[in-house]
Write a protein that binds this ligand. Structure first.
Ligand code: LLP
Length: 430
């Protein structure tokens, strides 16, 4: 379910017209649909109904505490990558006992905080980290629950910056050396309890094949670790891809580029029916760490057109959002559909939509056919709910945008727009 569609010529999020939100709160503005987030969570949960499982939402995708609270209330666990994300989960009312802590570079302070809060498990990415965690836990007089991340050396066939499961990536431990590490840890590391096994092969996967390949490859290892060390869970990571093309709930404008057949994302039901049979008989609790799937299509970034500039080679539509607000096109060649808030007919033009930042990479699309919107018109960049605001920065001393959560006919500010004083807070001139 995606709750963005045109109703009476105006783009809506659920029952709220985005024009109203743009007028009330200004632009650039992130808007999320609460019911889309919940629907995605519920559908994933249902697709896995056949196995003992827990969905640990990857907080990094969208970490606003109102979003985390929605998911905590729905029964989600959380996959965190920093003490900061754990702090957010706790503020949002989430339970640390349902948190896994991922990432290759956890610091001593982060380990101490997570141990004190009683997280479910550290997902460890190197032998050095495991030994360090053991030492920190010993100092505190506690035993740290740990899983090691296995790198299954599977090609996720996604953008190279978001592929993680190949031997040349920095993530996890080689498949061939992992059992030896568990064996040594069991003997030598008295302040570690080996609780699980983890893997994650990449993000925005649009086919079920790499997931199946990785699960089939790692399953015998998971079974042996259960046998030898009594591990209780296997996290198969996140990575479920979403629709970036043609992404309105209904009434997609005819001028959008059609998505080619080979990039059609998998449905959650396809995902479930491919992996559930493989996992049914492992006798381990299966954890999933989806981020993008839960929130990606549940958010848009609204931005106003400031100027049009017709150069000799190109037409530029300059908007008030920049790559600091949404970096995905610049960093991953990410595609986000453009939808004017007021449905527009008439001639199409080929243009680039660019932001105000002093970088050539500051664009949202290039050479795309679009309605000829003009200064003062407002557009939405769709499917911006994941890794949108979460990756935003103050580059060029631009205050972070506000965020709104829509639920039915109500719209709540879940983060106010930053002021310049917010941006400069903590700086000292002399
Ligand atoms: N688990 C681990 C260990 C991860 O590293 C990630 C994402 C996830 C789960 C969640 O993956 P998801 O289900 O969202 O695909 N900023 C990039 C994506 C980076 C993903 C990083 N790791 C983008 O905007 O495409």
């Amino acid at each position: 379910m995606h709750a963005f569609s045109y109703q009476n010529g105006l783009l809506h999020c659920e029952n709220v017209a985005l024009t109203t939100l743009a007028e009330q709160h200004g632009t650039p503005l992130y808007v999320y649909s609460a019911n889309t987030i919940l629907d995605h969570f519920t559908r994933l949960d249902a697709a896995l109904a056949g196995i003992d499982h827990e969905v640990a939402y990857a907080v990094k995708a969208n970490s606003n505490i109102a979003v985390l609270r929605l998911l905590a209330n729905a029964g989600a666990g959380f996959d965190i990558v920093s003490a900061g994300e754990l702090y957010r989960v706790i503020k949002a009312g989430g339970n640390p006992a349902h948190c896994t802590f991922a990432g290759v570079g956890k610091t001593r302070d982060e380990m101490i905080y997570a141990l004190q809060q009683g997280i479910y498990c550290f997902n460890v990415e190197s032998e050095a980290e495991l030994r360090y965690l053991n030492a920190v836990a010993a100092e505190l007089g506690v035993v740290a629950p740990a899983a090691v991340r296995v790198n299954p050396n599977v090609d996720a066939k996604t953008h190279k910056y978001i592929s993680t499961g190949k031997s040349e990536n920095k993530f996890g431990i080689d498949f061939d050396s992992i059992e030896d590490l568990y064996a040594r840890a069991a003997v030598e590391l008295k302040n570690i309890s080996l609780r699980g096994l983890q893997m994650h092969i990449g993000s925005q996967l649009t086919s079920v094949k790499p997931f199946v390949e990785a699960v089939e490859k790692v399953k015998p290892l998971a079974l042996r670790l259960k046998e030898q060390h009594g591990i209780e869970f296997w996290s198969i990571g996140g990575g479920i891809g979403i629709v970036y093309h043609d992404s309105l709930a209904s009434g997609n404008p005819s001028w959008w580029q059609q998505q080619s057949a080979d990039t059609k994302p998998l449905t959650i039901e396809d995902y479930g029916s491919a992996i559930v049979p493989l996992l049914k008989d492992v006798g381990l609790k299966i954890l999933l760490e989806p981020g993008r799937y839960i929130v990606g299509n549940a958010g848009v970034l609204i931005t106003s057109c400031l100027y049009e500039k017709k150069g000799s080679a190109k037409t530029f539509k300059i908007v008030d959002a920049g790559m600091n607000d949404l970096i995905r096109p610049a960093l991953y060649e990410g595609h986000h559909e453009i939808a004017p808030l007021k449905e527009q007919q008439g001639e199409l033009v080929k243009a680039d939509i660019v932001g105000p930042i002093c970088e050539s990479g500051d664009f949202f699309c290039q050479d795309r056919e679009m309605p000829d919107f003009q200064a003062g018109d407002v557009i939405a960049l769709l499917s911006a709910g994941a890794y949108g605001f979460a990756m935003a920065s103050n580059y060029n001393t631009r205050p972070l945008p506000a965020e709104i959560l829509v639920d039915g006919s109500s719209a709540k500010v879940i983060r106010r727009r930053q002021t310049l004083d917010d941006v400069l807070a903590g700086e000292v001139a002399e």
